[in-house]
Design a protein around this ligand. Sequence first.
Ligand code: 2HG
Ligand code: ZN
Length: 462
Amino acid sequence: MSIPSDLPARLAEALGPSAVITEGPDLEPYAVDWRKLFPGRPACVVRPSSTDQVVRIVHICREAGASIVPQGGNTGLAGGAVPDASGTQIVLSLTRMAAVRELDAVGMTIEAEAGCILKVAQDAAAAVGRLLPISLAAEGSATIGGVVAANAGGVNVLRYGMTRNLVLGLEVVLPDGTLANGLRRLRKDNAGYDWKQLFIGSEGTLGIVTAAVLRLVPRPKHSVTALLSVTDPDAALRLLALAQDDLGDQISAFELISGTSLQLVAKHAGLKAPIAEGEWFVLIEAASSLAGLREAAETMLGAAFEREIALDGVIAESGAQAAQLWALREHVTESEAREGKSVKHDVSVPLTAVPRFLAEAGKTLAAGVPGTRVNAFGHLGDGNIHYNVLVDEGHDAAIVNRIVHDAVAAHGGSISAEHGIGQYRVGELVRYRSGAEMTLARKLKRTLDPGGLLNPGKVLSP
Ligand code: 2HG
Ligand code: ZN
């Protein structure tokens, strides 16, 4: 497929020359994902500063027959926001649309443009005593539009749900250039189809998210963070059950970390856990606006040691110490990348099946692809494990995927819990989703984007 050679010039004419990047080192960050696994080559990068400009870009690209790859902070792990290598796709970066448009502390809502950095939105909410409870390692670079388009998860899903649960209103530019403005701030809105749900998690394949209204929650005044070691994932689940019995809905994070993960963090980030080495660890956080949380947490942890569910542990004595414990968890991804090549899996299984899944996948992998190491960690409270397999250059990723995803399927799980399909898992999705579900997905795509203008090759094969 080719596009008119003057398309970048047409875009520059419509938006101003500073809005279009056609070559040079400035182009590079938009062309490839941060892990440099999916290198692409865009025809150009266009950076609108308003929703109206996004509408104009869509009309111009449509007319020229050029496809558009929407991009936010480019922090994704599935190659969903980078162009292919054809040199014919336009990257539409939303990073110049970064305003927090409205903040309502009493109504507990925030309206932000797509390019607003998640951390900026979090800080704006914090400044009025509220919490935007989407928390992920990439929050300093990830943008609201990308978070919505990916239906991002993170470490607080256990308590507050995925991004989907927090989106009240959405503004989307459709592939035909129509602006769908659903930027309502309503908690209850059953007037017709809830169409915004289609775009949340659609990874820029159905429409371009230009702004969103997100729900905020009260900011808890007290929090407790603890790192514990446990014998195995089964004990981690028993700890979760105990925490749920004793702390109920105050648990805001329950993360499983393997000994391998902590070894990688010690080696590459120089961070050492303040407890004895072990096979498995749990990072648990509880938060509440009411006093007495720490006492309740200490009682619960005391019971965990008494029943020999936990082996060793530390409770953070200060905010700084809590941050140090979280840093161990937050550095896993980066440390894994420094270690070398890995085949990532972002899987979920029913919570109680996690220990069985881990054991089976580990066994089959050791037998089928000797020499691999597993770096497993993730959001145990959500049944979501990042089952990343460290491999040598020569290893065949397809075999590793097959073993891990077959184990996932055998336990009724999903091949992507939170990272999405992007381009990385397009083939895997076809394999593990039923034909009827795939047909429905293709029908939706064809209905909204019959010309295949938006993010072709992502989620569904073109
Ligand atoms: C996390 O939970 C992220 O830290 C990244 O989802 C997971 O690196 C990964 O595989
Ligand atoms: Zn994660």
